[in-house]
Design a binder for this molecule. Structure first.
Ligand SMILES: Nc1ncnc2c1ncn2[C@@H]1O[C@H](COP(=O)(O)OP(=O)(O)O)[C@@H](O)[C@H]1O
Ligand SMILES: [Mg+2]
Length: 332
């Protein structure tokens, strides 16, 4: 059964911005569905439509079999939502947030207390539950926001970029939580701009580009569709030209200080490519050959990579900066 159905969703804002431009997809019960796209692709707007926070300009969406326009409060009662910008009050404690949301959700006090205790433990927040949110780290705020979304034990959870800005440990913890929630029968609609996250966590991924879905498939099949392997090496003088002379210019890209070469499927070009690089004086110590990643899929579909190292400028190499400036886009 489809737990979410979106047909031809379109959203234009008053200023003329078209955020969502004909989005179609279905999410099956029990899956983790990834909605992948760069900043401004329309992820949050889609989540806001599906969770009744905003109305689509045209198109239709059903969540848990309910039309989101006609059954707004029923939909809200039955879903959990953790937005990219968590609306937490710094002058309230974590527990006060949970108590407040519990009463807004009309949960009886015994059930509320039990559930709050369970979630605080599950998310490692028991010790800080009575501290003001103002003193919380980003990871703690994100975890508190997740407990708020889960308080009424919804069967469908929307997570909008749940790991953006999180340290690796909190990120892992969130992944574990999503896996556990799914194991217990829950369905997750998750937006992300992390390609590895989508690959690791999602049963299926929709790649969103400029407000429309470019492709939907399992991570495995998306990668299979790419064909050959990918060779990467640190950028060295001459390396690009040498690689291009072996495989053609279109198969070679600079990405964050790394040269990526798409190797044609089946065709054993690797030995001659390596020889050419070695003969040209390119050090081969940093060379790796891997199966294509979701990043490769993303680049081929949308013509451009997702900037990596978000929130960590030290990771953004000169090549990425040059590309950002060169394409006239505003960066990340
Ligand atoms: N309230 C709004 N008014 C005008 N434009 C908006 C509004 N909200 C979002 N947008 C624009 O819609 C596009 C999609 O935004 P959004 O759905 O937030 O993307 P994402 O979550 O993928 O980063 C962006 O160009 C954004 O600037
Ligand atoms: Mg967003």
């Amino acid at each position: 059964m489809s737990i979410i159905e979106a047909q031809g969703l379109h959203k234009a804002f008053d200023d003329g911005t078209v955020a969502v431009d004909g989005v179609d997809f279905e999410v099956a019960e029990g899956e983790v569905f990834g909605f992948l796209g760069r900043n401004g692709a329309g992820k949050t707007t889609t989540v806001r439509i599906l969770t009744t926070l905003t109305r689509a300009t045209s198109g239709r969406a059903r969540v848990l079999g309910l039309d989101v326009d006609k059954h707004r409060s029923k939909v809200r009662d039955r879903i959990g939502l953790s937005l990219q910008q968590a609306a937490l009050d710094p002058l309230m404690t974590g527990r006060e947030h949970l108590e407040l949301i519990g009463s807004l959700r009309r949960m009886g006090s015994a059930r509320r207390t039990a559930r709050i205790g369970e979630l605080l433990t599950g998310f490692g927040l028991t010790e800080v539950a009575d501290r003001l949110v103002a003193t919380y780290t980003v990871g703690m705020r994100r975890r508190l926001d997740a407990t708020l979304a889960l308080l009424h034990a919804p069967q469908l959870l929307f997570l909008d970029e749940p790991t953006t800005g999180l340290d690796p440990q909190s990120r892992r913890a969130l992944w574990d939580f999503v896996r556990g929630y799914r194991r217990d029968g829950g369905t997750v609609f998750l937006t992300t701009q992390y390609l590895d996250e989508a690959d690791e966590l999602c049963d299926r991924i929709a790649i969103l580009d400029k407000g429309a879905v470019a492709v939907i498939d399992t991570p495995q099949d998306l990668k299979k569709g790419i064909g050959g392997k990918v060779l990467t090496l640190p950028v060295a003088p001459e390396a690009r030209e040498l690689a291009a002379s072996a495989v053609g210019d279109a198969a070679v890209r600079l990405d964050d200080g790394v040269l990526r070469v798409d190797l044609p499927a089946g065709d054993d070009v690797l030995p001659s490519l390596l020889k050419r690089l070695a003969d040209g004086g390119v050090p081969l110590s940093g060379v790796t050959v891997t199966d294509p990643t979701i990043e490769e899929v993303f680049i081929r579909l949308t013509g451009e990579g997702l900037e990596r190292g978000k929130g960590n400028d030290a990771n953004v190499g000169a090549a990425a900066l040059a590309r950002t400036v060169g394409t006239g886009r505003g960066g990340i």
